[in-house]
Design a protein around this ligand. Structure first.
Ligand SMILES: [Ca+2]
Length: 173
């Protein structure tokens, strides 16, 4: 009896592999790009005007990140050259939402890169990405990953622009 041949493997999308199609920007705590052993807490609140039916998020950090969506831990990684992809559809809701990322720089430059595409029930697409609209701090109280904590006093992120940009160059996803 012959075994079934394996399913063909789809060719990778080269535009994604070379990392040239990011809309997100590398961000960090202002003036602290080269500070070693620094932990940065990053938050972004946003509204969804309708029920999300599909949400894909890519994230990478130099040197490592831990990600929460609406207070729920999603994942972590420490290879900045390759972004991870998460399906976060079930964690989002109509109305206010919160992304929270702890990013740790060990040595050399520090940076955080995140991009999320949300498709809503009404057909609209919403993109949430790292840019100067994020709020950052080098210290955070317990519960900072939730909307119980106020980030009014946190600093606006400093941006180094979209990949590919030095010193990180291409970021695969
Ligand atoms: Ca680093």
């Amino acid at each position: 009896m012959f075994r079934q041949p394996p399913q063909p493997i789809r060719s990778p999308d080269i535009s994604k592999v070379v990392g040239a199609d990011w809309h997100a920007e590398w961000i960090w705590l202002p003036g602290q790009w080269e500070t070693p052993n620094l932990t940065v807490y990053a938050r972004r609140t946003f509204d969804l005007p309708a029920k999300p039916i599909d949400a894909t998020l890519w994230v990478s950090a130099d040197n490592r990140y831990r990600l929460w969506v609406n207070g729920v831990f999603v994942g972590e990684d420490d290879d900045f050259a390759v972004a991870e992809r998460y399906d976060v559809t079930h964690l989002l809701k109509p109305g206010g939402n919160l992304l929270a990322v702890q990013a740790d720089n060990v040595d050399g430059p520090g940076g955080l890169l995140l991009e999320m595409c949300v498709r809503l029930l009404n057909g609209r697409m919403v993109q949430v990405k790292t840019d100067a609209g994020w709020k950052l701090s080098n210290r955070a109280p317990a519960g900072w990953q939730t909307d119980a904590v106020n980030d009014d006093e946190w600093l606006r992120a400093e941006s180094r622009g979209q990949p590919p940009v030095l010193p990180w160059s291409m970021i695969e996803r």
